[in-house]
Design a protein around this ligand. Structure first.
Ligand SMILES: Nc1ncnc2c1ncn2[C@@H]1O[C@H](COP(=O)(O)OP(=O)(O)OP(=O)(O)O)[C@@H](O)[C@H]1O
Ligand SMILES: [Mg+2]
Length: 326
């Protein structure tokens, strides 16, 4: 096996220029216009994981700086355990020399929402000090975790989970380039488990491809540690029909045969329940079950026994369904 075979596809297929970033159509035109004018405000990229925030930050810097990218671009991680002082030190060292490729340098600060409030205050002063020659791109999963003085110093860009067509576009590129054979059902399954996160989709695809170049629906659920949706739906339906023993068989299969964790299973029960139509389950039953799911999810997170808690959930679903119309 060569290094190329084990190299993570998320890096291999990371877009190098903004034109290759998929989705995020509400954001890209503004970013492209900054690049073409070689001007940049301080920016805050917020949004869920794996949707292109880091990709865009690096692509912007590459396009603006070209050959001087390595001298003019600095990537730092705010959650660095050595603390904000190390981050500030690095910013200071980096800002000492003049920019080469434009009239500013770019500092990309990942996980800015991991900074404590005190550290954010310190960062705010640092940002102010270097406004002449440095532009900051802050990256956060939750923009609300940043203090308002920092938010107000940045243009906010809200990245969204990628749409199905975007994920499929990204996957198709990899599928062609890696010579994979993947049915549209398997692609649907991969979209189902990745939840708009292209990093996760790419990682699952790579894991599945190491089993076989022909990628099946089953392999996707296997590598993503998910139960087959049809099993989860059948399990819920068995409960709605009052059949505890049958429903429990599905649960046992998920826990013991497939080795799924309680939290994985309860998340899937929740997702499938939400998407069940009114003719299968009326809204009042659904609401009561969601309430129970929340309670049992909490117990699972607190470390209670997976099997007992999930069996209790099945019992509760039966109980709620049987009371319907009473
Ligand atoms: N919009 C996108 N277009 C193309 N590829 C993408 C996109 N978003 C994510 N990817 C793929 O996923 C990988 C991770 O993306 P990226 O590093 O930009 O995520 P992120 O949004 O910064 O997530 P995090 O919040 O976890 O840092 C990329 O290397 C790329 O392979
Ligand atoms: Mg990132």
């Amino acid at each position: 096996m060569s290094i190329q075979d084990t190299f993570p596809w998320t890096e291999k297929y990371r877009p190098k220029i903004l034109d290759n970033v998929i989705g995020q159509k509400h954001i890209l035109p503004r970013l492209k216009s900054y690049v073409s004018k070689k001007t940049l405000p301080n920016m805050l990229f917020a949004g869920p994981p794996g949707v292109g925030k880091t990709c865009c930050a690096i692509a912007i810097a590459r396009e603006i700086f070209g050959n001087t990218f390595n001298q003019d671009f600095l990537e730092l991680n705010a959650s660095d355990e050595r603390g904000i002082n190390v981050v500030r030190g690095a910013i200071k060292d980096f800002s000492r020399t003049l920019p080469l490729g434009a009239n500013f340098k770019i500092i990309f600060l990942d996980e800015a929402d991991a900074l404590t409030t005190d550290a954010q205050q310190a960062l705010r002063r640092t940002m102010e000090k270097y406004t002449g020659t440095v532009r900051f791109i802050l990256n956060a999963n939750y923009s609300s975790k940043l203090i308002s003085p920092i938010q107000s110093r940045c243009s906010l860009f809200k990245f969204r989970p990628l749409l199905k067509e975007d994920i499929l576009e990204g996957l198709n590129k990899i599928i062609i380039s890696e010579n994979l054979d993947m049915s549209s059902e398997a692609k649907d399954a991969l979209f189902d488990v990745c939840e708009g996160d292209m990093r996760t989709a790419t990682n699952y695809l790579q894991a599945a491809s190491s089993v076989d170049k022909k990628i099946s629906v089953e392999t996707i659920y296997e590598v993503s540690n998910s139960a087959q949706p049809k099993d989860v739906i059948t399990m819920i339906e068995k409960c709605l029909n009052g059949n505890f023993l049958e429903a429990r068989k599905f649960l046992e299969n998920m826990i013991f045969e497939q080795g799924l964790s309680g939290e994985d299973i309860i998340n899937q029960i929740y997702k499938k329940l939400i998407s069940m139509s009114e003719d299968k389950i009326d809204i009042s039953t659904k609401i009561q079950i969601i309430d129970k799911i929340a309670e049992i999810n909490f117990r699972l997170v607190e470390g209670a026994n997976d099997r007992i808690q999930l069996e209790a959930l099945l019992a509760q679903i039966i109980f709620i369904a049987s009371k319907k119309g009473d």
